[in-house]
Ligand binder design. Sequence first.
Ligand code: NI
Length: 130
Amino acid sequence: MRIHHIGYLVRKMEKALRAFKDLGYELTGEIIHDEYRQADICFLEKDGYMIELVSPVSKTSVVSDLMKKIGNSPYHICYETEDMDREIEKLNEQHYVMCAQKHEAVAIGGRNVCFMIHPYLGMIELLETK
Ligand code: NI
């Protein structure tokens, strides 16, 4: 697995974007609305690092509880894998448990992502290569 991006929770997308740009980050595409996750999402790049900004747009968002708990913060590292199902099996053996089922992510070209959680490491995201 290769690191693809770090996911970063932000309450106010436009204001966060401006602050990241002031630090030298560049927007790599548009802000995409993910209806399934009830979140606005965009990707930024700096020094070869990719950062994903995720901002909940309603109370039913998959990240609205997390936002209440941790506020504006990085919250996952995403790993790219060629074979997601095989990777999930391997991670299950390493005590990771699925916390968000495989589902396409409109902000990453419709590629499949899922989230898994480990008792001592916390949450990771898997992204299928395509
Ligand atoms: Ni992500």
